[in-house]
Each structure stands twice: as structure tokens, then as C-alpha cells.
Ligand binder design. Structure first.
Ligand SMILES: C[S@@+](CC[C@H](N)C(=O)[O-])C[C@H]1O[C@@H](n2cnc3c(N)ncnc32)[C@H](O)[C@@H]1O
Length: 233
């Protein structure tokens, strides 16, 4: 049995993966990428779009992880089974993820299963989306003695406000922000300076710190918001 390598692809720009990640993709026997079904039932994958722009020839196979429906444990067991079959054939297997590979990632679940199964694993980190997004702003993400907090899939705007009020000197990043509606309404009454970024590193990248730009905007899944310390002017 060979090794399983988790590879972070970075946020979307093919030039934002590490040299180590690219070399590892070139050397693998098979590369698995996470995919899901679109509303019209087609297989779609953000990771595949990045892979398609990279210089390597290794066979790529989807791991279809539906957003809804079947039991999550069962879905991951099936995905792991496909990986395990390749490992048992003596293949060098890579599993990729956008951003970093152990940060809110599909690979995280598979990594735990592989470890529990005694598989030798290694990890090649990638640039997480919130770091790439923060790099599009006009100030440091955080600095000096300021702190840093992150919420993924916020439960309510109240949860966000509570954290902003409790940690006035900290930066707060909110990921998976699409789960909440009415961001425009919230941001009009929130006084913190913010940076909203969608699809960082892709041709569809959109960046703004202006609330009015979000008035009628549909927030996509690949979006993140950074709240900085201070007051908005
Ligand atoms: C399942 S998490 C994956 C995080 C990823 N592993 C990382 O390290 O950034 C998906 C969330 O990450 C954020 N995200 C990932 N890629 C993004 C991008 N290119 N632009 C903006 N947000 C992104 C969004 O908040 C999205 O809902």
C-alpha cells in the first residue's frame, strides 16, 4: 500500500498553489477531487476548475459529495472506499481541496478515516481563502496585539454582532456566509469596516468595502467577509 497525500490547491488562482503541491500532483498515480451536483444534476467541482489549469497529466477522478440527501457518514465512507481501492492497488494517491486541505475541508474527514485505518498520510498545505481574500484589502488582516476570530456557517447576525462587540480590537472573518440572508440590511447598521470578497483568485473575483455594492447582490457559496477593527467612515 502506498501513501495518501492531501494537497491544498489555494483559493482559485492556479498560480497560487505551492511548487510542492504541483510536483506532488505530477508524481501521483491518481488525483481525487471533491465534486457535487448542480441544481440541474450535473457534476460540478471548484477544485477541478483549478486542476484543469495546472501542468500535470495524472488521471483525475471525482469524489461526489452531495450537499444534501444521504447521510454524511455514509457519503464519506463511500468516498474513502474509492480512495482505499486505489491505495490497495499500490497507487500513490492524492486528494485535493480548494484553499488549505485541513481547513474546513472534505479531505479533513477522509484524513481521519485514513489515519484510523493505519494509512500513511502526508499533507501539503495550501493558501486558505480568507488569507487570499484579506490580501485584496488595503490594510493588514490583523497586526500588533489585535486578535483574530473566525466563524464558519454563522447561525445568526446576532452571533456575529455579539462577537464584534465582545472583541472590539479583533478582526473577525466569516466564512460560509451564504447561509444567512439579508447581508445588505445587516451591513447598513454594522459600523465595522469590512472587506467582502467572492470567488477570490478566479476571473469572477468580486471585492468591495462599500455596502451599496451589496444591495441586490446574491451572495454565492464562495464568499467571505472580513470585519476589521475600528469604525467605518
Ligand atoms: C468548505 S470551506 C473551504 C475552505 C478552504 N479549505 C480554505 O482553506 O479556504 C468553503 C468556504 O470557504 C470560503 N472560500 C473558499 N474559497 C473561496 C474563494 N475563492 N473566495 C471566497 N471564499 C472562498 C467560502 O466562505 C466558502 O463558503
Amino acid at each position: 500500500m502506498k501513501r495518501l497525500t492531501g494537497i491544498g490547491l489555494g483559493p482559485g488562482d492556479p498560480e497560487m498553489i505551492t511548487l510542492k503541491a504541483l510536483r506532488s500532483l505530477q508524481c501521483a498515480d491518481v488525483v481525487f477531487y471533491p465534486a457535487s451536483y448542480s441544481n440541474s444534476g450535473e457534476v460540478q467541482s471548484y477544485s477541478l476548475k483549478i486542476l484543469e489549469q495546472l501542468d500535470f497529466e495524472t488521471e483525475c477522478r471525482p469524489l461526489v459529495i452531495p450537499m444534501m440527501g444521504k447521510n454524511r457518514d455514509e457519503i464519506y465512507r463511500e468516498a474513502y472506499h474509492a480512495i482505499k481501492e486505489s491505495l490497495d492497488e499500490g497507487k500513490e494517491v492524492a486528494v485535493v481541496n480548494e484553499g488549505d486541505v485541513l481547513f474546513y475541508s472534505t479531505f479533513g474527514y477522509l484524513f481521519k478515516m485514513a489515519k484510523a485505518d493505519g494509512v500513511e498520510c502526508s499533507v501539503i498545505s495550501g493558501i486558505p481563502a480568507f488569507i487570499a481574500a484579506g490580501g485584496l484589502g488595503d490594510r493588514p488582516i490583523t497586526e500588533g496585539s489585535s486578535g483574530f476570530n473566525l466563524i464558519a456557517r454563522p447561525q445568526s447576525f446576532e452571533q456575529i454582532s455579539d462577537l464584534l462587540h465582545a472583541r472590539v480590537n479583533d478582526t473577525l472573518v466569516v466564512m460560509k456566509m451564504k447561509v444567512l440572508e439579508e447581508w445588505y440590511g445587516y451591513l447598513t447598521q454594522c459600523s465595522r469596516p469590512f472587506l467582502y470578497v467572492e470567488k477570490a483568485g478566479t476571473p469572477y473575483e468580486f471585492v468591495t468595502s462599500n455596502v451599496e455594492d451589496l444591495r441586490d447582490r446574491e451572495i454565492p457559496y464562495f464568499s467571505v467577509i472580513v470585519f476589521y477593527e475600528g469604525e467605518r467612515v
